[in-house]
Design a protein around this ligand. Structure first.
Ligand code: TRP
Length: 329
């Protein structure tokens, strides 16, 4: 039995890039008999960027209800809130002491911010808080605390898993074999999805389609997809954004039909209308479940509490092993 672990940080509303890139593949993995899955909401990682209590609550429940609406089965998956596992923050501190500062200087999120500051003539550490700087260490603790074998992530998180491996390795060299060195699990169809403007769908580009907005919001977003100025009747390119998005929601044969219509000159307005229809049909049943959970947050809390209970059983065991290794027990 292999252990799979992943987290999503609640820093915004779940969008269809999150769904097709991370949530859907993770839920498919959780149906395999040979994998034991630990999925959590990384609320303390979100602290590095959130501005208020209201944002935390809003995004936390958005992400929690999204997982449940998309089919996560809490009987099969250990599903929990990161901040409920206090052992995580103890391990985080221990790991700080086997993490060279230089390793954090090279972590991409920190490095990118420093480079941006330098380019703008600001102090290099402007807007850098220690949560951001130490982010990869807490992420390592999240993973090692559960002896995870595989960590499903997007390519943008690959470096973090490499860092986690380095940290585990440093610990093991100093104190003897104690921590499992995890591997990233990157979907081969890779999971970067096209956004409204044709670039990668990402919150930071403001080109996302929210997964569970209402129907009207979905329609509006789809009508914002950037197209060229070709008129109805003129053939369109198969690699246009409308076509790429359409494929996500339908069978291969249906996708082919749509592509042929585009090549034959289907107008952008009609094409977007059809895209909206298939997207809405796909999302609607999940949206209903999402709305149910959003209206029953106590149920969600109870599910997460139960998950935390199960998670803590493992976390305590691993932390005990670590405390023994360092001589704290
Ligand atoms: N850093 C991840 C992200 O931004 C979220 C995350 C936190 C995570 N801890 C994790 C992912 C542990 C995998 C394993 O998406």
């Amino acid at each position: 039995m292999k252990r799979v672990l992943t987290g999503i940080k609640p820093t915004g509303y779940a969008h269809i890039g999150n769904y097709f890139g991370a949530i859907k593949p993770a839920i498919e993995l959780s149906k395999r008999e040979d994998y034991e899955c630990f999925y959590f909401i990384a609320d303390y990682h979100a602290l590095t960027t959130l501005n208020s209590k209201a944002e935390m609550k809003e995004y936390f429940y958005n992400i929690a209800c999204t997982w449940l609406a998309c089919g996560l089965d809490p009987k099969k998956v250990v599903f929990y809130r990161q901040s409920d596992i206090k052992e995580d923050f103890e391990l985080n501190w221990i790991l700080c002491n086997v993490t060279p500062k230089g390793l954090m200087n090279r972590a991409h999120a920190y490095k990118a911010l420093v480079e941006k500051n330098e380019a703008n003539g600001l102090d290099r550490d402007d807007k850098v808080n220690m949560g951001l700087y130490n982010y990869p260490i807490l992420m390592s603790a999240d993973i090692m605390l559960f002896d995870a074998d595989y960590v499903p992530v997007g390519l943008d998180q690959k470096q973090h898993i490499e860092i986690a491996r380095d940290i585990a390795h440093n610990f093991n060299i100093k104190y003897g074999e104690t921590l499992k060195e995890p591997m990233e699990y990157i979907d081969k169809n890779n999971n970067t999805l096209v956004g409204l403007d044709g670039r990668k769908m990402s919150k930071s580009y403001n080109n996302t389609i929210r997964l569970f907005g209402d129907e009207n919001e979905l329609k509006k977003a789809i009508f914002r997809v950037v197209t060229d100025s070709r008129l109805p009747g003129e053939p369109k390119d198969a690699d246009c954004t409308v076509n790429k998005l359409y494929k996500l929601f339908v069978s291969e044969s249906k996708a082919k039909e749509f592509e042929e219509d585009l090549l034959k000159g289907l107008g952008w307005g009609d094409a977007k209308k059809q895209l909206f229809e298939v997207a809405n049909r796909y999302i609607s049943p999940m949206r209903e479940k999402f709305n149910y959970y959003m209206a029953h947050k106590k149920e969600v809390d109870a599910i997460l509490d139960e998950g935390a209970e199960k998670a803590r059983v493992v976390a305590r065991k691993v932390l005990k092993r670590v405390r023994k290794a360092i001589g704290a027990e």
